[in-house]
Ligand binder design. Structure first.
Ligand code: ASP
Length: 442
């Protein structure tokens, strides 16, 4: 039985109108048999997400304050949906139980998980499906990742059962404590739940329904109406996500990637749009057609550079430099070097109040001729698997930056040649993204 797992994000479930769209999408393809839901999100920019309200309830309860106000907002949101869809809501009882648990000192994870739990109850009632509570079958380890026994438990539920299942996203149980001890993934974690369900069901496809028509080539806050990427590889999407593109939860890629299941990002509000396919292997057509997949970037980086004559002749300089960072628990992003100098780039927040002591340690360990710390840097990643076999990509990137007068501070290209990392002053960041985007699309 070929099945598609469909995951709907918070904006796709924000009100009764969105629930109706979800039903129409599921009914349009008989293979859509496993539905994974987030908690209802914002209906308008100034609205509140159910998950945020639940955390608020927990914070108030934990300090002995009255949590009735946010809990009432949550009750009303769910009741409004149930009334509009004429469902005899199973949610009221679940929220009464939550109120009792909050008063009894339940965990923040348990409180936050009730958004997805109630949403799945409501959606299962609306679609006539079987609800799956991941608090009983999705085991989460100490590092926040899924534990392997999960796949067996979910497979036992799905088996060859042709029923429609509705599973709550975002949470599971603490693998160290056992079923029932609710533990959540990181925020936005319903993407991970969908990926886990897809892998357990050996789905033909994992559809991730959201409010954009796919992954964009560049940040829409910096580039007006950027193009949608029709096809992108798992490797490329990881690079884009790591470098700040809000595409898809990073950790959600692993379960499906290992199983070779493609993901399609779709827009609940425009189901006719093709969206973006994330695939284990790019098609020959995509490789022939595209020079780069997209551009991502982040601000807020700092760079520590040391220079010392004959540095390249001395063994262990990099080891000492990185060792000093390690002692202070600082992880670094890149480490470009030249004959007599070496630099490390890290998020400025990592240095925070440690800068003085870190610098003193490096002086002590390396005795450099010069040590410079620079802040306010931005990093850009130009991502594309086709890069390694196409001549002239770097020329196009740097030509575009030069024409805009952007001074390139750092260049880093890994051996995998799937991206070029460029460091620029924070003030040049927006100009740089736009210049590169235009060079490849204009
Ligand atoms: N509801 C959770 C959050 O807001 C998880 C999710 O939406 O994926 O983070």
């Amino acid at each position: 039985m070929e099945r598609i797992v469909v995951k709907f994000g918070g904006s796709s479930l924000a009100d009764a109108g969105q629930f109706r769209k979800v039903r129409a999408i599921i009914e349009a393809d008989a293979r859509r048999k496993i539905v994974v839901v987030s908690a209802p999100g914002k209906r308008r920019p100034d609205d509140q997400k159910i998950t945020d309200l639940l955390y608020r309830c927990h914070t108030l309860a934990a300090s002995g304050d009255d949590f009735t106000a946010p809990l009432t907002v949550i009750r009303e949101r769910f009741q409004e949906i149930a009334t509009a869809l004429a469902i005899n809501s199973p949610v009221a009882a679940a929220l009464d139980e939550l109120a009792a648990n909050l008063s009894a000192g339940c965990s923040a994870d348990f409180a936050a998980s009730r958004g997805e739990y109630c949403c799945a109850l409501l959606m299962a009632a609306y679609l006539g499906g079987e609800m799956i509570d991941p608090g009983q079958c999705v085991a989460i380890g100490g590092d926040g990742g899924v534990l392997p026994q999960t796949y067996q438990s979910l497979d036992n539920r799905f088996a060859d059962n042709p029923r429609l299942f509705v599973m709550a996203g975002f949470y599971g149980y603490d693998g160290a404590k056992g079923p029932g001890a609710v533990k959540t993934f990181s925020r936005g974690g319903s993407d991970i739940s969908g990926a886990i369900a897809a892998r357990a069901a050996q789905a033909a496809l994992y559809e991730n329904w959201t409010d954009t028509s796919g992954i964009l080539m560049a940040d829409p806050r910096l580039v007006y109406d950027p193009k949608v990427i029709p096809e992108i590889s798992f490797k490329e999407v990881r690079e884009m996500a790591y470098m700040g593109a809000s595409v898809f939860h990073d950790e959600a890629i692993l379960p499906v990637r290992e199983a070779g299941i493609p993901i399609r990002i779709k827009n609940t509000n425009r189901p006719q749009d093709p969206g973006t396919v994330i695939t284990p292997k790019l098609s020959a057509a995509t490789l022939a057609r595209t020079e780069i997949a997209g551009i991502a970037g982040k601000q807020g980086f700092s760079m520590i550079s040391v220079a010392k004559t004959m540095l390249h002749h001395q063994a262990g300089i990099a080891h000492k430099l990185l060792g000093a960072l390690l002692r202070h628990g600082i992880s670094f992003e890149h480490c470009p070097s030249s004959i007599d100098s070496i630099s490390v780039i890290m998020e400025t927040s990592q240095l925070a109040d440690k800068e003085e002591t870190v610098v003193a340690d490096i002086h002590h360990d390396i005795e450099p001729d010069v040590l410079v710390v620079e802040h306010d840097l931005a990093l850009l990643a130009v991502v594309g698997e086709g890069m390694s076999s196409t001549v002239g990509i770097a020329g196009k990137v740097f030509g575009a930056l030069a024409r805009e007068g952007v001074n390139v501070r750092i260049i880093n290209q890994g051996a995998s040649e799937i991206n070029i990392i460029i460091g620029v002053a924070a003030d040049d960041y927006e100009k740089a993204v736009l210049a590169i985007y235009m060079a490849f699309t204009g």
